[in-house]
Design a protein around this ligand. Structure first.
Ligand code: NI
Length: 250
C-alpha cells in the first residue's frame, strides 16, 4: 500500500490534472490526498475527489493565501468540509519565512481552520515555516492531530509534535544529498510516526530533482527512508500507509 498524503494535483499547478491522477495510479500509488490552499483550489480538490474512488480532498486556506480572506471564505471552507470525500483540513498553517507582516491575519485564519477541523473531528495537514513555537502552541490549544507536512524542524520539535498526535510528513527533500538534518530526524524517530508525501508538483525527489513532481515519485522517497532505517521499501510503504489510515478516514 502506498499513499501520497499531501499533493496539489490541481489545474492551477498542471496543464492536465486528470492525466496526472492517472499517471499516479498507473505508477503504483494506491490513494492520494489532494490539498487545496484557498477556496478555489479546495473546491476543485473536492470535485476531483468525488470523481475517483481513491482520491481524497483536504480543504483549507494556507498561510500564503490569507490576505483578503473574509468570513465568507471561511464559511465556504466550512461547507466544503462536510463533503464525504474530505478527510482533512489542509493545507493550513503559519509561514514567517516569506513575511511576518501579516502574522496576526495568518494566526486568525489558522485558528478558524482548526475550529472547523475540531467541529468535524477531522485531522489537519499543517505547513510550518519558521513559526514552530506559534504552530505548536496553537495546535496544542485546539487538541489538533494529523500531519506536519514537509517537516523541516529539529528532532526535539519532531518528538513534541508526535506527542501531540502528529505524523511527521517526509517528502522529496529527504533524497537530497545535503539534507542531513531531515535524514537525522528520519533516523531517530520511529517509522510508525512518519507519513509519505510528494507535495507535487513541487519538491521532486532525486533522481528527478528540478522536474515537475507526480505522486508516483513516492517510491524514491520510500526507498531513501528504507536505506536510512535499514528496512525494506515495502515495509516503509506499509507502515506509513497504516499510520495515515489510522488518522485519516481513507
Ligand atoms: Ni503543499
Amino acid at each position: 500500500m502506498l499513499i501520497d498524503s499531501h499533493c496539489h494535483l490541481l489545474s492551477s499547478c498542471y496543464d492536465d490534472v486528470k492525466n496526472e491522477i492517472e499517471k499516479a495510479f498507473f505508477g503504483g500509488v494506491d490513494k492520494i490526498i489532494i490539498n487545496g490552499y484557498d477556496v478555489k483550489t479546495s473546491t476543485e480538490a473536492v470535485k476531483l475527489a468525488n470523481g475517483y474512488e481513491n482520491v481524497y480532498a483536504a480543504v483549507g486556506i494556507g498561510p500564503e493565501n490569507v490576505d483578503g480572506v473574509t468570513n465568507y471564505d471561511i464559511k465556504k471552507i466550512k461547507e466544503l468540509s462536510l463533503n464525504k470525500k474530505v478527510v482533512a483540513i489542509g493545507e493550513i498553517g503559519l509561514d514567517y519565512y516569506w513575511t511576518k507582516e501579516n502574522k496576526e491575519k495568518q494566526i486568525s485564519v489558522f485558528k478558524s481552520m482548526l475550529e472547523i477541523a475540531k467541529e468535524n473531528k477531522l485531522p489537519v495537514i499543517v505547513h510550518n515555516r519558521e513559526a514552530t513555537k506559534d504552530v505548536y502552541d496553537i495546535l496544542k490549544s485546539y487538541e489538533s492531530f494529523g500531519i506536519l507536512h514537509c517537516f523541516s524542524g529539529s528532532l526535539e520539535s519532531a518528538k513534541e509534535f508526535i506527542k501531540l498526535g502528529f505524523l511527521i510528513g517526509i517528502g522529496g527533500v529527504v533524497t537530497f544529498k545535503n539534507a542531513k538534518k531531515i535524514k537525522d530526524v528520519v533516523k531517530d524517530i520511529s517509522l510508525n510516526y512518519i507519513s509519505l508525501e510528494t507535495d507535487s508538483p513541487y519538491l521532486t525527489p532525486e533522481p528527478y530533482r528540478g522536474k515537475v513532481n507526480n505522486p508516483c515519485n513516492l517510491v524514491y522517497i520510500a526507498s531513501e527512508i528504507a536505506k536510512i532505517k535499514g528496512v525494506s521499501s515495502q515495509e516503509v510503504m506499509d507502515v506509513t500507509s497504516r499510520s495515515v489510515m489510522s488518522k485519516f478516514d481513507l
